[in-house]
Design a protein around this ligand. Structure first.
Ligand SMILES: Nc1ncnc2c1ncn2[C@@H]1O[C@H](COP(=O)(O)OP(=O)(O)OP(=O)(O)O)[C@@H](O)[C@H]1O
Ligand SMILES: [Mg+2]
Length: 244
């Protein structure tokens, strides 16, 4: 059974079809990079996986849970599917430690002590133990994003979704975030990552999905995607971003 199964998913905003019969599987431990031009539906697709975006047609099953079943407990599903966005979305009025523990206490009913131990373990993992008492505003963008990753990991996710986690960062901070993601990938975390960081894709992706106009145009192994001939649209896109 795949960890994430996306089957014939279509979504419309009014008469505009933003996703067109998208189908793919993500196996346990697989790292999938999703790329494609702006507006092609990448964010919408990965947000359907934890039901942040509803869809009108098709099916998504995450670890055996049918996302689009009205009976599914969505808060519980979201607690198990970690998501990291472009903007870090930490609570500005809470310290780093409080940011790490809040959802563990509220959603998973952990005691403050349990939550703290777990949160600090992951804070250490992303290399930021010494920042535990600071507020988000006192951290760099790269550090805030690493805290956001630690916060997601503290919830013991079964898989992680990333939506352009480095695109709002200054260039010198991109690598510190990518390094954490590479580590996660190597530890066997199942990951769907929307990114244009092709170095990351080459290093750890098992497959690359290329989207255009709401469609999955390519769903190829990394070697095929970067190697053999493929759709013209993907070639043009790659040429553009690789020469940047
Ligand atoms: N709430 C909405 N109402 C109507 N159209 C929307 C809405 N949200 C997104 N769209 C449209 O859906 C399309 C896909 O958007 P999406 O954000 O998924 O693209 P993307 O591939 O993530 O783009 P980017 O690379 O710029 O982040 C776009 O054309 C966008 O304008
Ligand atoms: Mg997007």
């Amino acid at each position: 059974m795949p960890m994430i199964e996306i089957r014939d998913v279509s979504k419309w905003y009014g008469s505009f079809q933003v996703l067109k019969d998208c189908t793919t599987n993500v196996e346990k431990g697989e790292v999938i990079v999703v790329c494609g031009p702006s507006g092609s539906g990448k964010s919408t697709l990965i947000k359907t996986v934890n039901a942040l975006e509803p869809f009108q047609k098709g099916n998504i099953v995450v670890d055996g849970i049918v996302v689009n079943d009205p009976k599914t407990d969505l808060p519980k599903l979201r607690a198990r599917v970690g998501m990291v966005f472009q903007h870090f979305e930490l609570f500005p009025h809470l310290s780093v430690t409080e940011n790490l523990t809040l959802a563990q206490i509220k959603v998973l009913n952990r005691t403050p002590d349990e939550a703290r131990v777990r949160g600090l373990k992951y804070l250490d993992r992303v290399g930021l133990m010494e920042q535990k008492d600071k507020y988000p505003g006192q951290l760099s963008g790269g550090q805030q994003q690493r805290v956001a990753i630690a916060r997601a990991l503290s919830m013991d996710p079964i898989c992680m979704l990333f939506d352009e986690p480095t695109s709002a960062l200054d260039p010198e901070m991109i690598n510190e975030v990518l390094d954490v993601m590479v580590l996660l990938a190597k530890e066997g975390m199942t990951m769907m990552v929307v990114t244009h960081e092709m170095g990351f894709a080459r290093k750890v992706a098992h497959r690359v999905i290329f989207m255009d106009e709401g469609q999955i145009v390519e769903d190829a192994t990394k070697d095929d995607f970067f190697g053999k001939p493929r759709s013209e649209r993907a070639q043009q896109f790659l040429a553009k971003i690789l020469h940047h």
